[in-house]
Design a protein around this ligand. Structure first.
Ligand code: HGY
Ligand code: MN
Ligand code: MN
Length: 403
């Protein structure tokens, strides 16, 4: 089966789990569809001749044993955002299946073992934690930080993990990964704009995410004069305006997103007494991101004070920007050149499991273009020819690393 047929074959199988009526996926950590997908993927790994096994928390590992010492790993995350596309994360797993299948058919047993990792969770879209999968692979997980967290329906992280048959890793031992190459969609429009086929990633952006609670006073919409209100929605609106305009003015690649908001009691004729909202801000340079974040935290406190509101700021994610491994970047560049692929050396504006792996093992990423730069959206798409080129580069890079 040529590469595009192989990609379609695996994409169809995995996209059935968490499939949405109008297309796209919602497949959140420790849900039934997440568990069924991991179990089906384990069967596909075994069909390829891999030894497949879960770790304690639900990461899935498919291994082709090499004739010598050492291991080379690839993979990505199996979870998605709510109403996400079929490619973010999943494409890195499909690409790993296709690349390893073709390597085995062409060259037989590798010298170094080849390992495909389906990471349990990366997005942070069900529970307020991110990189749960990769942090556990590398022994970097913080069990204390997740033991009391709940999803938006109030379901407890630990109960959901147990319900799927998984549990905390008892130690902080890192699993042997060797080196890690992640194939992923770009999720932006740079490759499309530059008319490039492949992205070779040199760094992954830093990210800070917040949960913020504004508390004012719920009151009657008709009898409460504007001057007497403690309106949480007004405070939120002032914060959004100030932060987004500051990001625009401060730096063209600084990004700040107010992705979720909840007004309480969320009723047409009641002045909102409370507003709970999220903030996601990112930049590839640590000190630009830190400067923006401290301005943001000060400004939010100031606006709350001016409007007579109480404020609680919870910075639950703070990931530094991470450079990729120089030698691995060079390997991908040289392999792309050998294959005649026109590639762009670029940073990633999205966070990825590779930024966690890069703390411990030589790591690099391959991007393929996203049509219209759309992602985290059911219309996320990449031309199959581009997907095939990504798989081909991954296959050849893994060949150089393990045969
Ligand atoms: O949000 C991100 O950057 C990634 O898709 N989790
Ligand atoms: Mn994502
Ligand atoms: Mn992703």
């Amino acid at each position: 089966m040529e590469i595009i047929e192989q990609i379609k074959h695996y994409e169809k199988i995995l996209s059935a789990y968490g499939a949405l009526e109008g297309g796209g996926l919602t497949r959140l950590l420790y849900t039934d569809e997440w568990l069924e997908c991991q179990k089906r993927l384990k069967e596909e790994m075994e069909k390829l001749g891999m030894k497949a096994a879960f770790d304690e928390v639900g990461n899935l590992f498919g291994l082709i044993e090499g004739s010598e010492e050492g291991v080379v790993s690839t993979g990505s995350h199996i979870d998605t955002v709510v109403r996400g596309g079929n490619l973010d994360g999943q494409f890195g797993i499909v690409g790993g299946l296709v690349a390893i299948k073709n390597l085995l058919e062409k060259y037989g047993r590798p010298k170094k073992s080849l390992q495909l990792i389906s990471l349990a969770e990366e997005e942070g879209s069900r529970f307020p934690t991110v990189f749960w999968g990769s942090k556990n692979v590398l022994g970097l997980q913080d069990n204390e930080a997740v033991k009391d967290i709940k999803d938006s329906e109030g379901l407890n992280f630990v109960n959901e993990m147990h319900r799927c048959g998984f549990d905390f890793k008892k130690d902080s031992k890192a699993r042997e990964v060797g080196s890690f190459v992640e194939l992923h969609i770009e999720q932006g429009n740079l490759l499309e704009k530059l008319n490039k086929e492949i992205g070779v990633i040199n760094a992954i952006t830093g990210q800070k995410r917040y949960r913020v609670k504004l508390r004012g006073q719920a009151n009657h919409a008709g009898t409460t004069r504007m001057e007497y209100r403690k309106d949480a929605a007004y405070g939120y609106a002032l914060i959004v305006k100030a932060a987004i305009e500051k990001a625009i003015e401060m730096d063209p690649i600084l990004v700040c997103t107010f992705g979720s908001v909840e007004l309480i009691p969320n009723t047409v004729n009641v002045v909102p007494g409370e507003c709970n909202f999220s903030i996601d801000c990112r930049h590839p340079q640590g000190q630009v991101l830190d400067e923006f974040a401290s301005w943001l935290e000060e400004t939010m406190v100031q606006i709350a004070e001016e409007k007579g509101l109480e404020i609680e700021i919870d910075k639950w994610m703070d990931e530094r920007p991470v450079p990729m491994d120089e030698k691995m970047i060079a390997l991908l560049e040289n392999t792309a050149k050998d294959l005649g692929l026109n590639y762009e050396l670029m940073h990633s504006g999205a966070g990825h499991d590779s930024q966690i792996f890069a703390e411990k093992v030589p790591t690099a990423m391959i991007f393929v273009p996203s049509i219209g730069g759309i992602s985290h959206n059911i219309n996320e798409a990449t031309a199959y020819e581009d997907q095939a080129r990504g798989c081909l580069l991954l296959e050849n890079a893994l060949y150089k690393l393990s045969y």
